[in-house]
Design a protein around this ligand. Structure first.
Ligand code: NDP
Ligand code: 8X3
Length: 257
């Protein structure tokens, strides 16, 4: 296992769920953290908590990954020492709605495509040049099993996660001579705010997603991310697909009802 001590880790969407769990696990491993999200109060609180518990050095700021200029400014405003980002975790993302394409609200599509695809591209485009310059780095994308098989009522969310997988795979080839690792961690059901947001705050509908089975928790995904990040330098974990034991893929889950 490679030490993560003093590595600089940039996490998008660190205010909740998987991003927050990654922040905690990297803090335990003594990394330095750059935490960003739109809910800046939540990343501020997290930053203070990590300072207290693990003496973690952090920088945090408001960032909406959909805003290209803001992304570019946030990265270029970083102090020089903090521009030496070792690990980028492209986690910010969401599903909005669950409907047949012809009955869906196109506003949801804009949100998902702008965040999950364009936002991930903007952040990657702003940070990877610094990795290229230093000939070291690791990009870890949070994809989804929705990027491996499309399911009904999820055309655009599935399309965005298929795009993440394609970007992940092309990027690894683009960076092959730069000593930069590129990994995707693709979860199935993880109980976070994800379903609440997908169903527009309908907690009952969100709960139904996980009925009768034990879903993953955010820490399970953070554990996989830490695994990818802590392999010896010559090892690139290209893909991790991780589901609850009771979920085989996007279509088959066993529920004790
Ligand atoms: P959460 O809703 O708990 O977290 C989503 C995070 O993304 C929040 O921190 C949110 O921060 C951030 N985010 C959303 N939009 C933006 C934006 N425009 N700019 C910056 N940050 C943004 O859900 P999860 O932790 O579950 O989701 C994290 C990732 O995991 C997503 O990419 C999701 O697609 C993926 N995933 C989730 C699965 C699940 O079952 N939960 C399964 C497979 C993949 P804020 O609102 O403060 O900006
Ligand atoms: C989240 C998992 O199956 O709801 O990406 O699409 S799923």
């Amino acid at each position: 296992m490679e030490s993560l001590e003093n590595k600089i880790v940039f996490i998008t969407g660190a205010s909740s769920g998987i991003g927050k769990a990654c922040a905690v696990e990297f803090a335990k491993a003594k990394a330095k953290l750059i935490l960003s999200a739109r809910r800046v109060d939540m990343v501020k609180n997290l930053s203070e908590e990590l300072k207290q518990k693990y003496n973690t050095e952090t920088i945090f700021f408001h960032l909406d990954v959909r805003k290209r200029k803001d992304v570019e400014k946030a990265i270029s405003d970083l102090p020089d020492e903090w521009k030496k980002i070792d690990i980028l975790i492209n986690n910010a993302g969401l599903a909005k709605g669950f409907a047949k394409l012809h009955e869906d609200n196109p506003d949801n599509w804009d949100d998902m495509i702008d965040t999950n695809v364009k936002g991930l591209l903007y952040v990657t485009h702003a940070i990877v040049p610094f990795m290229v310059e230093r000939k070291t780095g690791h990009v870890i994308n949070i994809g989804s099993i929705a990027g491996r098989a499309a399911y009904p009522n999820g055309s655009v969310y599935c399309a965005t996660k298929h795009a993440v997988l394609a970007i992940n795979n092309s990027l690894r080839m683009d960076l092959i001579d730069k000593n930069i690792r590129v990994s995707t961690v693709d979860p199935g059901m993880v109980e976070t705010d994800f379903s609440n947001i997908r169903f527009n705050g309908d907690k009952e509908k969100a709960k139904q997603v996980y009925r009768g089975l034990k879903p993953l928790v955010a820490e399970d995904i953070a554990d996989a991310v830490i695994y990818c990040a802590s392999r010896p330098k010559h090892v690139n974990i290209s893909e991790v697909v991780i589901t609850p034991t009771a979920q085989a893929n996007a279509f088959v889950a066993y529920r004790e009802l």
